[in-house]
Write a protein that binds this ligand. Structure first.
Ligand SMILES: Nc1ncnc2c1ncn2[C@@H]1O[C@H](COP(=O)(O)OP(=O)(O)OP(=O)(O)O)[C@@H](O)[C@H]1O
Length: 509
């Protein structure tokens, strides 16, 4: 089979980093090709080289066997290459038709022919099995999953031959992922060549036909998905021995005895209208309490109430047995209660500041701006952060906006840890983080907890919640439905069954 697109020895260099080092890979029609690799491996750079966003410094890109120059997005469009970005770049105030057709409106003699434009949008959506979508709805009134599907419809208007999907599922729940995959499969079956980038291993196994593994900007191998097992894939991504990895996989946090004393943080009937039903929660020193629930279960909203990001409408919050009222996250920080929140844009990486300043800013805020962190402490904190969050290859003076998504996530965690918190609320702290860093972070958290900190841990990967938590609070539809003391008998299925069983009887009333 001839490749539709081929990268031959492509090199992309940024000051101080070779993002792609003589990368060769081929995309075939009718195939889903996954790009795999740790944070910073070069996956997004491959996507950007193909969609003309990032010029290449060496090698060549061939289309149907002939060299092409993709020096900008319009060249990539002309070559039939379309991209769906991770952060949806659509018009929130525009309706579905406008979003799908923006820039491709059907024109007649008197300007835009709206009925034809509408018909074309309906055709594209129907083609993707999205005929149930209301074309007049404003995009911002639709759930993120549907917005993501609209973004794909938009990419399909020009009938591209190559579709680039960079982490398209990062904000989707499982049923939406299945819907997206049905669309991806039907496009594949029509001969589109698809590039799929995701940190979710199971999704990659479910959807891809072929994968290329990258590490430090170099290709580590190309495999047919059905021929490479998960352990081998991970070991290729990390460049580590398979046996060592098998051992990491089998580790489970040794759980503590029953909590005692006063909870370090406690919620009594804490509630927020339309977001969180009255909820009780206790976290003791030395404990990790996992919040398990689907997106929309209220898990992130509860986290926000605990840390002053939002204010409750009722109930009480106590720190070390004393009632507190946080007006903002600064009030919580003053009590050494810190949070990482789920959506990256809200997390607070300040792109214009250096990596070092991004790490130190939390500590500086805690001290007050008049008491500058001393040079010695600054050096200590940075050295500690580099050691503990694998930031060795990131220059401390680089502007944070140039880091990869996963690198930014680690910088943010380093910032939180630098404030020496008593309570940490971690909402999806390992999302977008590669597997090595995930394991490293998990053991880091476990160690800190041993030193007497209390942690609220939220992850949409239930396996991670089970691995990390001493206790698991299960949430559904904005409220707590149960609590489990973790132990050998508790598995992902236990949580899933609790969520599935809850309220089923009510439906029969
Ligand atoms: N504009 C830029 N300037 C400087 N360095 C950059 C730039 N863009 C990317 N890099 C660096 O190039 C390397 C590859 O980045 P890339 O975004 O392709 O990684 P990735 O595999 O997509 O990572 P992630 O999984 O974290 O998204 C990283 O070390 C990153 O810091």
């Amino acid at each position: 089979m001839t490749a539709l697109v081929e990268l031959r020895d492509v090199t992309v260099a940024f000051p101080g980093v070779t993002a792609l080092d003589r990368v060769s890979l081929s995309l075939y029609p009718g195939e889903v090709h996954a790009l795999m690799g740790e944070n910073g491996a070069g996956k997004s750079t491959v996507v950007k080289a193909l969609n003309g966003v990032c010029p290449i410094d060496g090698g060549e890109i061939l289309l149907d066997g002939r060299p092409v120059s993709l020096t900008g997005p319009s060249e990539a469009h002309a070559a039939g290459i379309a991209t769906v970005f991770q952060d949806i770049h659509l018009g929130p105030k525009l309706n579905v038709v406008e979003n799908v057709m923006l820039g491709h409106e059907v024109r007649g003699r008197f300007g835009i022919n709206w009925s034809a434009t509408r018909a074309r949008a309906a055709e594209v959506l129907a083609d993707l099995g999205l005929d149930d979508l209301d074309l007049n709805r404003g995009l911002d009134s639709l759930p993120p999953s549907v917005q993501q599907l609209v973004a794909i419809a938009r990419a399909m208007v020009e009938r591209p031959r190559v579709l680039l999907l960079d982490e398209p599922t990062s904000s989707l729940e499982p049923p939406d992922v299945q819907r997206l995959f049905r669309i991806v499969r039907s496009l594949r079956d029509r001969g589109v060549a698809i590039v799929f980038v995701s940190h979710f291993l199971e999704q990659v196994y479910a959807i891809s036909d072929r994968m290329t593994v990258l590490r430090d900007g170099r290709v580590q191998g190309e495999f047919m998905t059905r021929e490479i097992d998960r352990v081998e894939l991970i070991s290729r991504m990390l460049g580590r021995d398979i046996e060592a990895l098998r051992q990491i996989g089998s580790q489970r946090r040794a759980h503590h005895q029953e909590p005692e004393g006063t909870p370090v943080i406690e919620a009594r009937g804490l509630t927020q209208r339309e977001e969180v039903e009255p909820t009780d929660l206790e976290v003791y020193r030395g404990e990790i309490v996992g919040l398990a629930g689907l997106r929309g279960s209220g898990r992130s909203e509860l986290a926000a109430l605990l840390t002053g990001i939002t204010r409750p409408d009722g109930g009480t919050l106590l720190v070390e047995g004393k009632e507190v009222r946080f007006r903002n996250p600064g009030d919580a920080l003053a009590r050494h209660i810190v949070a990482s929140v789920e959506r990256r844009a809200d997390l607070g990486i300040i792109g214009e500041l250096s990596v070092a300043d991004n790490i130190l800013i939390g500590l500086q805020a805690l001290r007050g701006w008049r008491h500058k962190v001393s040079k010695r402490e600054r050096d200590e904190v940075l050295a500690w952060s580099v050691d503990n969050f694998g930031l060795g290859s990131v220059p401390m003076d680089r502007q944070a906006k140039f880091l990869s998504g996963g690198e930014q996530q680690r910088v943010l965690l380093a910032r939180l840890f630098a404030t020496r918190p008593v309570v940490m609320v971690l909402d999806e702290p390992t999302r977008g983080i590669d597997i090595a860093a995930k394991v490293e972070l998990q053991s880091r958290i476990a160690k800190l907890v041993d030193k007497g900190m209390g942690i609220v841990f939220i992850s949409s990967e239930f396996s991670e919640v089970v691995r990390m938590s001493d206790r698991i609070v299960v949430l559904k539809d904005r409220g707590k439905i149960g609590e489990l003391s973790n132990g050998p008998g508790v598995t992902v299925d236990t949580i899933v069954e609790m969520i599935a069983a809850d309220g089923v009887d009510d439906d029969h009333d």
